[in-house]
Design a protein around this ligand. Sequence first.
Ligand SMILES: NC(=O)NC(NC(N)=O)C(=O)[O-]
Ligand SMILES: [Mn+2]
Ligand SMILES: [Mn+2]
Length: 484
Amino acid sequence: MDSLSRFRLFSFSSSSLIIVLFLFYRSVVGQSLPFPASDIWAKDSELHGFRGILRDEAVAMIKQLGKISDSDGYLERTFLSPASKIATKLIISWMEDAGLQTWVDPIGNIHGRILAANSSADTLLLGSHMDTVIDAGMYDGPLGIISAISALKVLNVTGELQSLRRHVEIIAFSDEEGVRFQSTFLGSAVIAGVLPLKSLNMTDKSGLTVGDVLRYNYFDPTEEALLELKYDPEKIWGYIEVHIEQGPVLEHLGQSVGVVEGIAGQSRLKVTVKGTQGHAGTVPMHMRQDPMAASAELIVLLENLCRNPEKFMSWSDSDESSLAGLVCTVGEISCWPSASNVIPGQVVFTVDVRVMNNKAREAVLYQLSDQIYQICDRRTVGCTIDNNHNADAVMCDSDLSLQLKNAAHSGLNILSSDSGEITDEIPKLMSGAGHDAMAIAHLTKVAMLFVRCRGGVSHSPVEYVLDNDVWAAGITILEFLRKM
Ligand SMILES: NC(=O)NC(NC(N)=O)C(=O)[O-]
Ligand SMILES: [Mn+2]
Ligand SMILES: [Mn+2]
């Protein structure tokens, strides 16, 4: 047996012996030792990177939250839905177990806070979103909330919670995906004071508006009332978000975590194509105004434009480099009346466009709209394009990111001291996915930690993160909190 294994065996057996002696002492003498049991666990856990809390318990929490859904058979938890209300109670219980003061704001954001001894200290915000897409994975959003809660729970166990240099507040945001109302960041945008008022009029599939739902939850979303929920930038030091990468880079590099350099800008359109509803058997093809066939041509065009922008865009608008990372997705389509023997009267589909360069995104949107109107005119069908959501690209703060990178490095070294691996350089990478950090960047400086996910797959039930990578996220936040 090599020396490292002998040391590990000794350290494990000695800590187990201490625990047995403590339990025997308490049972015989009936008194606790001069120091509380948690110190023993804390010392033992310190040796092993608090694996019990930061890995095993965190993974169990992710799985538990991943079962709370509005739908049977797959995970769907949208803005202020019944499942979100159940999830809220669970997240509050976890925050309180970690020693945090908790509350829920009128937008459904869940807050957990610990105050520093210095009442004039500024505040570090941590968090991510509790809502999901449809047929979602269980890590997108909840990983960021739970890794932050677990890190603070460790500090609670070790008695360090009261000696933090800054106030720390975890926020579980109520709507990042924008699945129910197509307008995203509803929760984080209110905290940052940047919620577009037009978002309040967005409707869900049942015809309810955002405003209706908030008023049903006893909050009248007037401009003044919304601004009262905005945080004061002077009191906020920064925002850190842990999130799965949702891409293949970290897995390709063989790294568990990476630091995000920037987040691509994004826009969401709703395209409505109106034609002449008719009988599938009697209207000759040349006499049809068919919005379904028109939409099919539009969707192929959108794909073609984003695959080969140079064929559609004069380079004066934006040169090739600025179009790097351009992606375009039609994720949702519906038609009326949706019967196999009826030429539809109307088709509605969504368009999601992402690219790092904001000017390039505007140029792409212009080209898309121009092409859509040209095709609809040629097909004599009507067309309206609603621009439901825009979020400019965000660059993460370099100083905060460096602190996060250093925390990741020291955290991984703690974990690798168990396994003997030496931690390489922590990679930096871009995000094509959007994050609450895009909204919070309007309030304070932001940094993000990406966590490897299997095959880079996300927005799918096969989304998966290794338990040890969950652990890596938690210990990074723990090290960040200790060193900030
Ligand atoms: N991390 C995410 O999945 N965010 C998603 N949501 C927004 N708003 O971007 C997305 O589609 O990328
Ligand atoms: Mn997502
Ligand atoms: Mn997400």
